[in-house]
Design a binder for this molecule. Structure first.
Ligand code: S3P
Length: 175
């Protein structure tokens, strides 16, 4: 059940959800929550280590619970979801009924350029980041598209410019 309409950012790793989310939160006068940060705090360990400590399946279960918990907040938030969060049908249903969902999109090459250090992302470990990001985009982009209320092409924009584009589109439809 929706308690407050949130602004929820989804998209692949490197799409700018955290940096854009912080700027949007500041401009909207809201708190910002990153689901990865909540999971890391709950486990007292960084995301980079959690896939190997917990295994991906347990990580995903925790991620689903965190999405549900954060979206049930009574105050309106700006929420950045981990890149894989909306692969879970329950999380998709929750975010869609909890506010406005925005997909931040960029090409795999641009995502790789922004990530810089692939060791910060467990899914990029041990493989070729450009291929992994391309494969993830092929699988996930249709899911992001069907979950989002609108998409921002972030390819050639700074985080500040993306935040401005999000807020411009979001302002008329915050509920
Ligand atoms: C993941 C994205 C990461 C983090 C974890 C898994 C994914 O979050 O949740 O490494 O499955 O795409 P960011 O999208 O914030 O990097």
């Amino acid at each position: 059940m929706i308690n407050a309409p949130h602004l929820i950012l989804i998209g692949l790793m490197g799409s700018g959800k955290s940096s854009v989310g912080k700027i949007c939160a500041q401009q909207l006068g809201r708190s910002f929550i990153d689901t990865d940060d909540v999971i890391a705090t709950n486990n007292n360990a960084p995301i980079t280590e959690l896939f190997s400590i917990l295994g991906e399946s347990v990580f995903r279960d925790q991620e689903q619970a965190v999405v549900a918990q954060v979206c049930s907040s009574e105050s309106s938030l700006v929420i950045a979801c981990g890149g894989g969060a909306v692969l879970d049908r329950r999380s998709r249903d929750i975010v869609k009924s909890s506010g406005t969902v925005v997909w931040l999109q960029a090409s795999p090459d641009e995502l790789q350029r922004r990530i810089k250090d692939p060791t910060t992302r467990p899914l990029l470990a041990g493989g070729q980041p450009s291929k992994i990001l391309t494969d993830l985009a092929d699988i996930r982009n249709p899911i992001y598209q069907s979950t989002a209320d609108f998409c921002i092409d972030t390819q050639s924009l700074t985080a500040t410019e993306v935040a401005a584009a999000v807020i411009k589109e979001y302002a008329p439809c915050p509920a």
